[in-house]
Each structure stands twice: as C-alpha cells, then as structure tokens.
Design a protein around this ligand. Structure first.
Ligand SMILES: NC(=O)c1ccc[n+]([C@@H]2O[C@H](COP(=O)([O-])OP(=O)(O)OC[C@H]3O[C@@H](n4cnc5c(N)ncnc54)[C@H](O)[C@@H]3O)[C@@H](O)[C@H]2O)c1
Length: 483
C-alpha cells in the first residue's frame, strides 16, 4: 500500500505541499521504518488554511442543514466503502492491529459523520411566547473551529471533531498529531469528494507550535483539543486570551471497581478491554483496577490465563490482536513507569518486558498489590500497564476511586444493580460504565470532568459545543418609553 500522501496538507479542496517546513518522518511502529515524510506547516501554510476556512464560512453556514447533512452522510458512505484501505492506513499510522482498526476507526468516523449528518437538519432554535410578544432563538454556528488531535485514534478524532462542527455550519482547520499525520488527510479528501465546498475542512501538519499558532489567530472562534492535561492547560489558556470556545478531551487515570459478586469472566473482559485495547493507548482506560479482597486471587489467576490469548506480531495480520506502542518515545515512557512500579514495591504479575522482535512492542503488563500512593496508581501511563488494587467496602472503593485529579471515565462490575447505580452516581467522571468498559458509541456523550476536560463529544450534547444561541425578542404592539 502507498503510505506516502500526495502532499502534507489539504487546504481549500486540494493537496498542498511546502517542503520548507520542518520534516516529519512517519514511522511504522511495528518495524521502526520510515514509511512516509510530511512537512510541518510554515506560517504561510497556516495562513493559507485559516484564510480558506474563513472564506468558506458564509457559504457553508448559509446552506440548509439538510444539504450539509447529505454531504456528511455521503462522506460516511465513502468511508464505509473504503474501510479496508482506511484501516490498513490507520494500522500503518498507529501500529494498532488491523483486527481493531478494521472494526473501530474508520467505522467510528463514519458513524460520527452519519449521526451528525442525520442531526444537521434538526438543529433548530425555539419559540418562546411572552403574552403577545415572543422570543425566537436561532442556533448559529460559532464560525471557524480549530481541531487538534492526539495520536491514538487519528481517523476517529478527525471525524469526532469535524462531523459535529460541520453539521452546525462551522468550518475547520484540523491539525493531527505529528506522530500520526496520515489518516486525517484521507478524512479531508473524502469530505471534499462527498461535496463539502473547498475550505470547509482543511488539514495541516505540524508539531505543537503549529497548533499554538492556530489558536490565537483572530479568525478562530473555537478550539477543540484531544491531548494530554499539560497540553490542555496551555491550549485552554491560549484560547481564553481571545475568549474562544473550547472542548478539551484530555487524559485520565480512571478507576474500574470490581465487587465480590461480579461475574468474574465479564469483569476480566472489562479489565482487558479497559487496559490492553490499542496496546493500552486509550484515554478512558480503567487503569486502576480495584478488586474486592474476596475475589482478588481468583481474578488475577483468570486474568493471567486469559492473557495467554494475546497474540503479538505484524499488526496487518488479522490474527494479531496486540500491536506495538505508537513510538519509541512512548515505549520509553511506559518502560520508565514499569521500572517505577517495581522500585516502589508493586508485584509484577506478568509482562513488563519488550519481546524479542523489531518495532516498539511491549508485553501486556499487570501489577498487583498496588497502593494508592504509588506513581503507577497516580499518573497516566498511556500504555499496556494495569494496576490492581485491593479494597474492602463500597464506601472505601468510591472514595479511593475519586481520589485523583482526573475525571474521564469510571466503571463498576457487580450483580447488585442498586449498588451499581449508587457507584455511577458517586463517580467523579464524565463517562461511567456498569458491567462493561470503554464502549464509545456516537449516540452517547463522551468527555471528562475535573482535569480530564471540558465539553462533550458525540451525541446531541456535541451540538451545544459547536453552536451558539441567539435570542431575538419580537414586540407585536406599541412600545412605551419613559419619555
Ligand atoms: N479524552 C479524550 O478523548 C482523549 C482521547 C485520546 C487521547 N487523549 C489524551 O491524549 C494524550 C496522548 O496524546 P498525545 O501524546 O498526542 O498528547 P499531546 O498533548 O502531547 O498532544 C496532543 C496534540 O496537541 C498538540 N500540541 C502540543 N503542544 C501544543 C500547544 N502548545 N498548542 C497547541 N497544540 C499543541 C500536539 O502536536 C498534538 O497534536 C493522553 O494524555 C491521552 O489521555 C484523550
């Protein structure tokens, strides 16, 4: 498959190149080989993209929701037809196994385009009667939105930001992560092919400073970031300077609480899905697994048995279910945390090593006897490292689950439904799971509380974050004034 894109950027309906920007090598994580090269946007490219998105605003916003929605749904259809090629590319970009990418990434992107395409015509204001007068509201686009992505779900993030933004009548300049620059270009290409006018959805490449230069431009009305908390703080502050709208999808250290009465097979499945999917590089992962003391050893034994089913290898092989870390840098970060876990006295149950193969592979790793104060229980690792902690009572589990600055997700496994709902109500997290983990359908809101973010992606809630309400007061009779 050809992995070198036609050009680095997609602006105003076409591919654009400027090789004077800083070189960004695209490395296939499974081999360490360079599979493409793109160039970071120069100030001239940034200007070109912002000017194109700004110029496209009026025409796009003036179209009816039905017309915009039709284009998004056509783009969804094209994505589904090209699912295989897009999945292969996603696997090259990220190293995630094709077994995952073929059912998650372009699929989720298409779901988002289809869902918001369907909603576009139903984005309306309301009528408020006030005696003989009335107020009507108009739900209007914000204008020019900047999207900045992380590297773990490049196609999905480009769509989760683009689809609601475009449905509401905004235009977008999207900057993917420098680690995974390939997939967002395909999203731009497909939207254009589906009929999105030139300039409505643009993609430019670059490192952090390119993202930073987009945020403060006076033409920009909103910034939506998916990234780490430290980057979120910088982006939020920069956006605040111009009182810009923000959506912040940031990191997490989410709890997964497993009670004695849980179905152990399902609980182990939840812990696997919440720690090892995408080699653990998922923001919402339940990496603090609190297991009630009565089933702790049974849980660990069954988990170790189930981990025998892990198949590492060439991620393009559909039989492989566990890929490498996205980059050598990320591999090093995760290995550093594993070393800290051992040094601070956690018990290494399995994994912890690089297997003897090329690329940035790391075995799925489980620590037991982890305590709340250990570094591996406090900081986001963003790799395949599960920390198992013990607990006695529900009250204790909830207090310890919430004892973190993060608030992205939380899960509970129990057969006691009253307790499940009590836990869900008590969790300080934006997205909670009962007897499941990490589902992210487009129909449901997704996002974090506390330092894990502001705003919500997906569902009808996303419309609130890509539009604004204007109230229009209409008087039908004469107007009295004091003089
Ligand atoms: N909540 C979510 O939905 C979600 C989803 C996926 C990943 N994440 C989080 O993302 C992180 C991993 O991704 P990452 O390593 O790419 O994150 P990161 O914060 O390093 O980078 C995210 C993006 O921000 C850009 N960036 C960096 N500095 C910037 C600046 N000063 N101004 C503007 N843009 C800047 C980067 O180039 C990149 O495109 C993890 O913390 C993970 O939890 C969150």
């Amino acid at each position: 498959m050809k992995t070198q894109p036609t050009a680095s950027h997609f602006i105003d309906g076409q591919y654009v190149e400027d090789t004077s920007g800083e070189e960004i090598p695209v490395i296939y994580p499974a081999t360490g080989e360079v599979i493409a090269t793109v160039y970071s946007a120069t100030p001239a490219i940034v200007e070109q993209a912002l000017a194109a998105a700004h110029a496209a605003e009026k025409e796009w916003a003036a179209m009816t929701g039905t017309e915009r929605g039709r284009i998004l749904r056509r783009a969804a259809q094209i994505m589904r037809e090209r699912n295989h090629d897009l999945s292969v590319l996603e696997t090259y970009d990220t190293g995630k196994p094709y077994q995952e990418t073929s059912v998650v990434d372009a699929t989720s992107g298409a779901d988002s385009l289809e869902y918001f395409g369907g909603l576009a015509a139903a984005i309306t204001g309301e009528h408020i009667q006030l005696g003989e007068d009335f107020v009507y509201t108009r739900r209007e686009p914000l204008g020019l939105c900047v999207g900045i992505g992380a590297w773990n779900y490049p196609t999905q993030i480009a769509c989760w930001k683009g689809a609601p933004a475009l449905a509401c009548g905004n235009t977008m300049v999207f900057k993917p992560s420098e680690t995974t620059p390939l997939c967002a270009l395909k999203v731009a290409e497909i939207l254009h092919e589906a009929g999105a006018p030139a300039g409505v959805y643009n993609v430019i490449q670059g490192y952090g400073p390119v993202g930073a230069s987009l945020i403060t431009d006076s033409r920009v009305d909103k910034v939506s970031l998916t990234g780490s908390v430290p980057t979120g703080k910088k982006v939020y502050a920069a956006a605040a300077e111009g009182i810009r709208h923000v959506t912040m999808e940031l990191g997490g250290k989410s709890p997964l609480v497993i009670f004695d009465d849980a179905d152990i097979e399902n609980a182990v499945s939840g812990a696997i899905l919440g720690n090892f999917y995408s080699s653990g590089q998922v923001c919402s992962n339940g990496t603090r697994v609190f297991v009630q003391k009565g089933i702790k050893e049974a849980f660990l034994t069954r988990l170790a048995e189930r981990l025998q089913g892990v198949k590492l290898g060439d991620p393009q092989d559909p039989e492989v279910n566990f890929g490498p870390m996205v980059s050598e840098k990320q591999l090093g970060i995760v290995e550093g945390y594993i070393a800290k876990g051992i040094a601070e006295g956690a018990r290494l149950v399995c994994g912890g090593k690089r297997p003897d193969m090329a690329g940035f592979f790391l075995e799925p790793t489980v620590f037991a006897d982890v305590t709340d104060d250990m570094t591996i229980a406090r900081e986001e690792i963003f790799g395949p490292v599960m920390s198992v902690l013990d607990f006695d009572t529900e009250e204790e589990a909830l207090a310890r689950a919430n004892d973190t600055e993060f608030g992205l997700s939380a899960g509970v496994f129990t057969r006691d439904l009253s307790r499940a709902h009590r836990m869900a109500a008590g969790f300080e997290a934006g997205t909670c799971y009962i007897n499941t983990y990490n589902d992210a359908p487009v129909e449901a809101p997704f996002g974090g509380s506390k330092q894990s973010g502001v705003g919500r992606e997906n569902s009808k809630a996303a419309i609130e974050h890509y539009s604004q309400i204007k109230g229009v007061y209409v008087r039908t009779g004469d107007l009295e004034a004091p003089f």
